[in-house]
Design a protein around this ligand. Sequence first.
Ligand SMILES: Cc1cc2nc3c(=O)[nH]c(=O)nc-3n(C[C@H](O)[C@H](O)[C@H](O)COP(=O)(O)O)c2cc1C
Length: 290
Amino acid sequence: MKRLWKMLCAVFCIVVMLCALVACGKEKDDKKSDEPEKKAATYTMPDVTGMFYEDAMLKIREELQSAGFTDFEVHIAWYWGTSDPKAAAHISGSDPHTGTVIVDNGQKVSIILSAPELYQDNDREPEEEENEPEKVLVVVFSVTGHTKNVAQMIAEIEDADLYEIIPAEPYTDEDIDYKNNNCRALKEQYDASARPAIGSEKIDLSGYMKIYIGYPIWAGSEPRIMDTFVENYDFGSVTVIPFCTSGSSGIGLTGTKLATLAGSGNWETGKRFPATATKADIQAWIDSMK
Ligand SMILES: Cc1cc2nc3c(=O)[nH]c(=O)nc-3n(C[C@H](O)[C@H](O)[C@H](O)COP(=O)(O)O)c2cc1C
């Protein structure tokens, strides 16, 4: 009987222990169901190369949200001193910023877009400004070729266009025979109102920054056809540089007279050359004006 009693006690203890174990396991299971289910989740960052930071962040945030993540941070590592990264910065091509972020549900996702290659537009090397070469024009009137020769040398040195004033009625040898006081050229020179007509087509002066104007000295002054020329053009604020050739006379006040008749342009003093002027002489003069 005593033996039977011991056996019953042992069975009872086992049953109690088993019940306790079952209860404990159930409690654990209950607790487990309260917790969110943990499972691995994967987020693959898109290629944000070339995007503005703000746009890249927005894209990643939207993708994380639509993938079901609720707790995440997407940061920019630095703005490189600009308060407006959208306007000034974007992610450079050499750093792709792609990667796979594997997270457990509930764990905070933190993505930092750091870009050592990031640059601001205003950090870029300023592009070489393609300076348009200064457009230069050489205007010349010449009968026996001396002044035209100088004009061609100026045009070569200055890489300039050349415009020749050709009289509507060309000057014959007789016309320029200055030993004859009655020759056409001298008659014109003695008449301040004479304005010989120009036969060459009009030139468009727009775009020229500097205009050389050359002529021979006739009876101590500029040929009247030069008066015709300057009165027919607007030189605006262009630099005008007179030059002349002569037997011996200087340029005198011819430049000033032409400037007055033109009523426009910034006229320089100008220079007289002999018929024998060389390219070196012309170069030295041009250099002296720079
Ligand atoms: C009508 C006429 C008048 C001239 N008067 C002068 C003058 O007053 N002083 C001078 O030194 N040379 C004078 N010359 C010489 C020219 O100025 C010189 O030969 C000039 O270089 C000619 O230029 P061109 O070959 O471009 O026509 C005169 C020439 C002509 C045809």
